[in-house]
Design a protein around this ligand. Sequence first.
Ligand code: UP6
Length: 274
Amino acid sequence: FLRQTYGQRIHNHNNPAAKLLLETMERKKTNLAVSVDVTKSKDFLAIIDAVGPFVCLIKTHVDIIEDFDQLLIKQLQDFSVKHDFVIFEDRKFADIGNTVALQYSSGVHKIASWSHITNAHPVPGPSIISGLSSIGLPLGRGLLLLTEMSTKGTLAVGSYTEEAVRMARAHRDFVIGFIAQRSMQGIGIQADTVDGDDFLVLTPGVGLDAKGDSMGQQYRTPRQVILESGCDVIIVGRGIYGKDPSFVDGIRVQAKRYMEAGWEAYQERVSSQA
Ligand code: UP6
């Protein structure tokens, strides 16, 4: 699937959230997702409005927003229509099926009611997928499993990663892909078997200027991620809004820069010879 275009890959998917993401990428010609990790609604909305034209997806951590309310969700949804992007709440569920179903559907945030895509750590085993799927699948939502992480010393390696990919293969209807650092194609299947599953890989830990932060984050460039590692979407946070979320002109410039770098790497990938 690495040489297929995003548009061609729409047909490899049945899940509506996966289709929506690929359609959006193809339509807007962008594989950039922006992670909006700020604590005030005002900054959150200003960043989204500024980067909206350049992204296929907005990634949120709504539990860090101090003045969160349902109006904020309405505004996020309005922007998602205005700018044509998919919403991904980066909740990283990690509990038993019954608990994650409640966390996904209920509480203050009611994530399933507004987020097209969410994600989970595979650490509890397949029951985390069934729990989330019981809520999300009827709503047309999609799930990403975290099979690798961008941080120094991550434990999500080796057989953990492999078993997680196997779990995904057994739940193709709801699991649309992975949060990972490389393509998961061919992982978790017999060596002599053809891998017919097209999973999307969304990749955080992307930066053009910094190599990391002081808390274990590690950055690679869009080229390394998309062209060399075969991932599909670059997720960029602080590389775009830095330390000043109110400087919208600068944010726009950075978003355009990352969008162009991501798209160039993708074009090089799909046009390269096998
Ligand atoms: N994230 C990672 N690495 C992972 C998984 N998720 O960085 O393996 C998330 C973080 C943050 C974003 O929770 O929201 O991606 C990265 O932000 P940054 O670009 O500002 O480092």
